[in-house]
Design a protein around this ligand. Structure first.
Ligand SMILES: Cc1cc2nc3c(=O)[nH]c(=O)nc-3n(C[C@H](O)[C@H](O)[C@H](O)COP(=O)(O)OP(=O)(O)OC[C@H]3O[C@@H](n4cnc5c(N)ncnc54)[C@H](O)[C@@H]3O)c2cc1C
Length: 376
């Protein structure tokens, strides 16, 4: 096995590295402080093909291979977690819709989502049902050619600006997926503020009271909600987050190397202190190992390998735990400065935590990964 980027992948990596440095990183602190992603950054992500990255060209997507998509997530994640989060959610919904949506749904939504003319949300979690997603209580009751949907969703990334939600509700008791449009009567969207990290993610709660959703907005069949529709999306989400965590950790390492080259204590630069060298080496090793697991997940996802799904989970698990460790080490290396807003590691430290919780908390992933251990 040879692990080497193709020329196209390497070019894309270089392009997005430069794009993230010049167009995304300068806005990251503002996104965090203002708790919103700027419209200019959203437009730039769309222009660069980030919002329909793996979508086929037939729907105006950019049809990137999985490794390229991973590299894009790494570079954007190195600059700004909230911007990478938009990429995650939009591609989750796009990929799931491309796979399970009807021809009419795909024609209506995919080109607009890929171009960033429309923003998508993924609405699964409820106040009382997070990990236990199979028990969600949002109800969709048949009414002629529509479903009347009533329920409460919480923690929905980009819910404040999403034009359409991939919404999960029970139809005849079975979890099913529906496309809920923002302008639907009976939907009220309540912004959520003051979260620990990824603060530009524009989270919202959705309150649905007898929202009429046409039956043509059912994605797949009744009962297809969790498996396969949500699972397809979550698989993309895990992969995107895993690479985003590698990027975040790389950002921490870059900042730590720069800082320790100039900061002096006891008359010596920090970079010359053995214990600091050890911390830098540990960060490098941690990042390199996680990056390899992400490459493996990407490569396997393009094959029929039956371990592909498991490897996505492993990648997200490894990379998100790694990012928390590396971000903690980076703050330590920066001392009190790392605890201040003058250096990006403070934001990275807060942002890193979310990777362990979403797209299946790491405990849920441990349970799911362990099941593979008992399969022949
Ligand atoms: C910033 C942010 C963005 C989010 N974006 C979205 C979004 O766009 N769409 C969406 O639908 N949701 C979103 N979420 C919600 C997220 O998916 C949930 O937080 C996650 O699924 C965990 O659910 P919970 O918070 O209800 O925790 P709980 O399910 O209540 O779990 C609490 C703790 O117990 C652990 N736990 C639970 N059950 C078990 C078990 N059986 N064994 C061992 N440990 C267990 C969990 O791992 C966790 O550590 C977001 C959350 C945040 C914070």
């Amino acid at each position: 096995m040879k692990l080497q980027l193709t020329e196209e992948q390497a070019d894309r990596q270089a392009h997005f590295r430069e794009f993230a440095d010049s167009e995304i990183a300068p806005h990251a602190d503002r996104h965090d402080r203002e708790e919103r992603l700027s419209n200019e950054v959203i437009a730039k992500l769309a222009e660069q093909g980030c919002l329909g990255a793996m979508l086929s060209e037939a729907y105006d997507g950019h049809q990137m291979d999985a490794v390229s998509f991973g590299l894009v997530n790494e570079e954007i994640g190195r600059a700004c977690t909230a911007a990478r989060g938009l990429l995650t959610v939009q591609n989750m919904v796009v990929q799931s819709l491309e796979r399970w949506g009807s021809d009419a749904q795909k024609a209506q939504w995919l080109p607009d989502l890929a171009a960033g003319r429309k923003i998508a949300g993924f609405a699964l979690t409820e106040p009382e049902h997070g990990s236990d997603a199979g028990n969600i209580q949002t109800q969709a009751e048949r009414d002629g050619n529509s479903f009347l949907v009533t329920g409460h969703k919480k923690w929905i990334s980009y819910g404040q600006i999403a034009d359409v939600f991939l919404l999960f509700a029970r139809i005849d008791g079975q979890v099913s997926a529906l496309l809920l449009e923002r302008e639907t009567d009976g939907l009220s969207i309540e912004p959520m503020k003051g979260i620990l990290g990824a603060r530009g993610s524009m989270l919202a709660e959705l309150h649905l009271h007898r929202c009429a959703i046409p039956e043509t907005n059912l994605v797949g069949n009744v009962g297809f909600g969790l498996v396969p529709v949500a699972f397809t999306a979550l698989d993309v989400g895990r992969y995107s987050i895993a690479w985003g965590c590698v990027g975040l950790a790389q950002g921490c390492l870059d900042s730590s190397i720069k800082y320790t080259k100039s900061r002096k204590q006891f008359g010596t630069r920090l970079r010359d202190q053995q214990l600091i060298k050890r911390m830098i080496a540990d960060m490098m090793v941690d990042i390199a190992a996680a990056r390899l697991v992400c490459y493996q997940a990407g490569l396997l996802s393009e094959t029929d390998d039956r371990d592909a799904l498991k490897n996505m989970m492993i990648a997200k698990y490894v990379a998100s735990n790694m990012a928390v460790r590396v971000a903690g080490a980076a703050v330590q290396v920066h001392g009190a400065n790392g605890y201040s807003r003058d250096y990006p590691v403070e934001r990275f430290y807060r942002d890193a935590k979310i990777g362990q919780m979403i797209e299946g908390s790491n405990e849920m992933l441990q349970l799911m990964i362990s099941r593979y251990g008992y399969k022949k």
